[in-house]
Ligand binder design. Structure first.
Ligand SMILES: *Cc1c(COP(=O)(O)O)cnc(C)c1O
Length: 403
């Protein structure tokens, strides 16, 4: 499908370009941009995993992961995307007919429910208005109503709506009621503070293509001592995702199966970069980028969608005068004409919201560029835009927060 004038994506020199040449910029909630020093690791020869060389590299990754999760428990590395670690949690913690509670804020909350039902669990959901976070009082009601429940499965940050859950309050309630807190931190670990051991989170999960600045393909999961006790009595079937077997192997810097060796090499580099930045600086950076994005949205007359906005991604409503088709066209235009990839809404939110991500290998200039492309697209689709107003708001918010 080549042809004059066709805005086709092609690959050259390791970077993606549009024709005429435009860089592709990922401002999506995974996959995210990857630092150059990490990319260069993928050009290196693959070492064999049953070697001391691999074990030394893996040990380094494990050490970085413990730092990132703020835990002394082993953080297990699985070759899968984040959903694989979610499945591993369900398959290893419970037995068929167990009851669990799910906080359903959006698409990823729904994934917990589907997974739990697949393993024959009985699910009681708290369905939250799209864009809102779970109210601790409602969580408490749910826990009280279902005293036989074994766990609460929830997201720290619901990527489909941009809502941020009150994680600490949820975890505290779980402890009070003697149930496990199982936290999908896939778009939270490495973005905002989730001290696993201090808060007593029982299961914490993340994936490589989010804040860890890696390609998709690795998932990470850590379990508290209480969670490991649940694993010991769980009778659900599992094979590839048998966490007991993985733990035994990973204590010896080995994996049960052939791991994604190159991604592990990349992870040593990318987590090293995050560690040099330091946890507090990392969290502060994401706070600032979120503030810049929110200020820009407001300067462009776009209403925030999420009532519990997060430092992870900013969701905004498309202009009120826009039809669903025009709403979808914003994202399409930004992508096809300007090479800036953002996400729109999913399911019933299609064409109604825009999701602007600002985590991972992302700085204020990435945000300013994204907002610049958004200004162009909105103006082209008939929204009244004074060029530079959004970009100006980004720079102003940045300057104010970095004095
Ligand atoms: C991306 C994401 C996932 C997992 O998605 P995968 O495609 O399996 O990596 C799960 N939960 C949240 C909150 C996410 O953002």
């Amino acid at each position: 499908m080549t042809g004059a004038g066709k805005k086709e994506v092609h690959r050259r020199g390791g970077l993606w370009y549009l024709r005429p040449m435009k860089k592709i910029r990922l401002l999506t909630p995974g996959p995210t941009a990857i630092p150059e020093s990490v990319l260069s690791k993928f050009a290196e020869p693959v070492i064999h995993h049953r070697t001391s060389l691999f074990e030394a590299r893996f040990k380094k990754l494990q050490d970085h992961l413990g730092w990132l999760f703020q835990t002394r428990e082993p953080v297990l590395t699985l070759t899968a995307t984040g959903s694989g670690a979610m499945e591993a949690a369900v398959a290893n913690l419970f037995s068929p007919a167990d009851e669990v509670l799910v906080l359903n804020l959006g698409k990823f909350g729904e994934r917990w429910t589907k997974l739990a039902k697949t393993y024959g669990l009985t699910v009681h959901e708290l369905v939250v208005d799209r864009g809102s976070a779970a109210d601790p009082a409602e969580v408490k009601r749910l826990l009280t109503a279902h005293p036989a429940a074994k766990a609460v499965l929830f997201q720290a940050s619901e990527t489909s709506t941009g809502a941020l859950n009150p994680v600490k309050a949820i975890v505290d309630l779980c402890r009070e009621h003697g149930v496990l807190s199982v936290c999908d931190g896939i778009t939270a670990v490495g973005i905002l503070d989730l001290p696993m051991d201090d808060w007593g989170i029982d299961v914490l999960i993340t994936g490589s293509q989010k804040a860890l600045m890696l390609p998709p393909g690795l998932a990470f999961i850590a379990l508290s001592a209480r969670a490991w006790q649940a694993v010991a009595v769980s009778k659900s079937p599992r094979f590839y995702f048998d966490l007991t077997r993985e733990k035994k192997m990973q204590e010896k810097q080995q994996t049960a199966w052939t791991p994604a060796i190159s991604l592990i090499e990349g992870g040593v580099e990318s987590l090293g970069l995050l560690r040099e930045e330091g946890l507090q600086t990392l969290f502060a950076r994401h706070e600032v980028l979120a503030k810049c994005t929110r200020e820009a949205a407001s300067a462009l007359g776009l209403e925030l969608f999420s009532k519990a906005p997060s430092p992870v991604l900013t969701t905004v409503r498309v202009p009120a005068t826009f039809s669903v088709d025009q709403g979808k066209a914003i994202q399409k235009l930004m992508q096809e004409k300007y090479g800036v990839i953002i996400m729109g809404g999913q399911d019933e939110l299609q064409g109604k919201i825009l999701r602007l991500s600002h985590f991972g290998y992302c700085d204020v200039f990435d945000v300013a560029t994204g907002i610049g492309a958004l200004e162009l697209a909105l103006q082209e689709l008939g929204h009244s835009v004074e060029f530079g107003k959004g970009v100006g708001a980004v720079l102003k918010a940045y300057r104010e927060s970095s004095r």
